[in-house]
Design a protein around this ligand. Structure first.
Ligand code: C2O
Length: 536
C-alpha cells in the first residue's frame, strides 16, 4: 500500500444554522470535517494539531488498528488527550478492510462537530463485489444544537437530569428546508437519468438513531460498517450513531426534485423528537420552479420498520469474503446495559440524585491516565481486571425494576487471552425505561448471531443463532427491552473500549474496556508506543 498524509488542524469556526450563529470546534474549519481517502493496505498518517482550548483526541471509528492501539484515539483509554497547543501523529495501516467508516473526536462532546468520513477503496485493481456505481457520494447525518454542546452536557451533569435534545438533525451539515428557518437550503445532490449513485451514509449524530429515505427511489444496501452484505433493496435505512451504510440508488427519472429525509428512530416510550432533516436529489435540467416530491418519514417509534431493515442484513459470505464466525467459544459473557439512579447531593434539579448508566451494574469511571499506557508500562492502581462477566444480581430485566436502582462504580476491565473467542450477549435492562443502545466495540468487528425481545434464555435462544452468514459490524443496536448476541475473536492485543454510542449514555457511564493480553508469537503483541504519544 501507499502512505497517505493528512493535516488536521483543530480550530474554532463560526457557523450559522437555524438562523443563529455560534462558534464550533472543527477540523480545518470544515463541518462536517474533511473526508479521509485511502485504499485497503495503505498506511495513514494524520497529524492532529490542537489549536482550541479543549483537550482533543480523534478516533478512527471501525478501523481495526491491529497492534496499533496507540492510534485508536479514545481519550484516557488508549491515549492521553492532545492538550491545547500540542500535536500528535496518528499512524495506522488499514488491514483487511474496505468501505465506509468515519473519524470523530473522542473526548468531551466534541464529536458533535468534529467528525468526517473515511472512504476506503479496495486494493488497486480489485473490483467491488457488485456493479460499480457511476458516482459515489458521502452523506453524513448529524445533530445541531443552537447552544454550545459542552454547555448542554455540563448543565445536565450539574442538574442530574438528561441533557436538552438537539434543535435539528443535519444532512451533510445542513438541516434543510423544514426547520422553520427558511433562509438556508439543504444539501443538494444533482443526478442524471440512467446513472447509479452509491451513497456512503454515516450516522455521526450524538444521541439519535435515524431513519433515512429518498422520495421515489429505492436503496440497495451493499455494505455496512465496512463489511459487504448480501445486497437487498429497501425504502428506508435504519442507522444508529456509529454505524455506516453504503446504498446504491439508480436515477431513473427524466427530471424532478426528490426529498431525502433523516428522522429519529426511538422505540423508547418516553422519547419525543420528530425533527426531520431534509436534502434534495436534483435531476440536472430540472426547472427551478418544479416543486419537490416529498417523502413521509416513518413514525419515530416504528420498530417494525427498523426490524425489517435489521433482519435483512446478512454477511455477503462469498468465497472471497467468507464469514468466519467463531464456532467454539472460550468466553461466554452476559452484559446488562441500561440506566440507573445514583445519589448526587449537589444535583438540585435532580432532587439529590442523578441518572447514571452501567454495564453489569458497573458505572465506568474514567481514569486520569490512559489505560493502555498503564497496561503497557505496568503502572499499578489505574484499573482493576475484575469486570464481571455476568450480572452480579440477576432479575427480570424487562419486567418490574428492582427496588435498588443504584449502580456500583469503578475503572474495571475484562481480560481476554489473545486469540480467544468471545460470545457476548448484551441485554437491555429497561430499569428506567426500555431503550435501544447502539453498542460500539473498538478494535474488532463482530458477528451479530442472534437477537430477541425480553430476557435472553441461554437454554433456548442459542439454538436459533445464525452462525452461517450473520452481519459483521462494529456497532450494534441492543433492542429496546431485548438482547443481541455477538461473537468475535480477540485477535488484537491492547485495551479496547466498548460503549453505547449515544454520547449521553457514554457520559453517564455505559462503557467498559476489554484488555487483550499479549500473545507470545512474533506478531501477537502491541507495537511500542510512538515517541510523540501525548502525556496526561
Ligand atoms: Cu465512534 Cu468509542 O466511538
Amino acid at each position: 500500500g501507499s502512505v497517505r498524509r493528512y493535516n488536521f488542524n483543530v480550530v474554532m469556526k463560526q457557523e450559522n444554522r437555524l438562523c443563529s450563529s455560534k462558534p464550533i470546534v472543527t477540523v480545518n474549519s470544515q463541518f462536517p470535517g474533511p473526508t479521509l481517502h485511502a485504499r485497503e493496505g495503505d498506511t495513514v498518517l494524520v497529524r492532529v494539531v490542537n489549536k482550541v482550548k479543549y483537550n482533543v483526541s480523534i478516533h478512527w471509528h471501525g478501523i481495526r488498528q491491529l497492534r496499533t492501539g496507540w492510534a485508536d484515539g479514545p481519550a484516557y483509554i488508549t491515549q492521553c488527550p492532545i492538550q491545547p497547543g500540542n500535536n500528535y501523529v496518528y499512524n495506522f495501516t488499514i488491514t483487511g478492510q474496505r468501505g465506509t467508516l468515519f473519524w470523530h473526536a473522542h473526548v468531551l462532546w466534541l464529536r458533535a462537530t468534529v467528525h468526517g468520513a473515511i472512504v476506503i477503496l479496495p486494493k488497486l485493481g480489485v473490483p467491488y463485489p457488485f456493479p460499480k456505481p457511476d458516482v459515489e457520494q458521502v452523506v453524513v447525518l448529524g445533530e445541531w444544537w443552537k447552544s454550545d454542546t459542552e454547555k448542554v452536557i455540563n448543565d445536565a451533569l450539574k442538574s442530574g437530569l438528561a441533557p436538552n435534545v438537539s434543535d435539528a438533525h443535519t444532512i451533510n451539515g445542513h438541516p434543510g428546508a423544514v426547520t422553520g428557518c427558511q433562509s438556508q437550503g439543504g444539501f443538494q445532490l444533482s443526478v442524471e437519468n440512467g446513472k447509479s449513485y452509491m451513497l456512503r451514509i454515516i450516522n455521526a449524530a450524538l444521541n439519535e438513531e435515524l431513519f433515512f429515505k429518498i422520495a421515489g427511489h429505492k436503496l440497495t444496501v451493499v455494505e455496512v460498517d465496512a463489511t459487504y452484505v448480501k445486497p437487498f433493496t429497501t425504502n428506508t435505512i435504519v442507522i444508529a450513531p456509529g454505524q455506516t451504510t453504503n446504498a446504491i440508488i439508480t436515477a431513473s427519472k427524466s427530471s424532478g426534485k426528490f426529498m431525502m429525509a433523516a428522522s429519529p428512530f426511538m422505540d423508547s416510550p418516553i422519547a419525543v423528537d420528530n425533527k426531520t432533516a431534509t436534502a434534495t436529489l436534483h435531476y440536472t435540467g430540472t426547472l427551478s420552479t418544479t416543486s419537490t416530491t416529498l417523502t413521509i418519514p416513518p413514525p419515530q417509534n416504528s420498530t417494525a420498520t427498523a426490524n425489517n431493515f435489521i433482519d435483512s442484513l446478512r454477511s455477503l459470505n462469498s468465497k472471497k469474503f467468507p464469514a468466519n464466525v467463531p464456532l467454539k467459544i472460550d468466553h461466554s459473557l452476559y452484559f446488562t446495559v441500561g440506566l440507573g439512579i445514583n445519589a448526587c447531593p449537589t444535583c438540585k434539579a435532580g432532587n439529590g440524585s442523578r441518572v447514571v448508566a452501567s454495564i453489569n451494574n458497573v458505572t465506568f469511571v474514567m481514569p486520569t491516565t490512559a489505560l493502555l499506557q498503564a497496561h503497557y508500562f505496568n503502572k499499578k492502581g489505574v484499573f482493576t481486571t475484575d469486570f464481571p462477566g455476568n450480572p452480579p444480581v440477576s432479575f427480570n430485566y424487562t419486567g418490574a425494576p428492582p427496588a435498588n436502582l443504584a449502580t456500583s462504580s469503578g475503572t474495571k476491565v475484562y481480560r481476554l487471552k489473545y486469540n480467544s473467542t468471545v460470545q457476548l450477549v448484551l441485554q437491555d435492562t429497561s430499569i428506567i425505561s426500555p431503550e435501544n443502545h447502539p453498542v460500539h466495540l473498538h478494535g474488532f468487528n463482530f458477528f451479530a448471531v442472534g437477537k430477541g425481545l425480553g430476557n435472553y434464555n441461554p437454554k433456548v435462544d442459542p439454538k436459533n443463532f445464525n452462525l452461517v452468514d450473520p452481519v459483521e459490524r462494529n456497532t450494534i443496536g441492543v433492542p429496546s427491552g431485548g438482547w443481541v448476541a455477538i461473537r468475535f475473536r480477540a485477535d488484537n492485543p491492547g485495551v479496547w473500549f466498548m460503549h453505547c454510542h449515544l454520547e449521553v449514555h457514554t457520559t453517564w457511564g455505559l462503557k467498559m474496556a476489554f484488555l487483550v493480553d499479549n500473545g507470545s508469537g512474533p506478531n501477537e503483541s502491541i507495537l511500542p508506543p510512538p515517541k510523540d504519544l501525548p502525556k496526561c
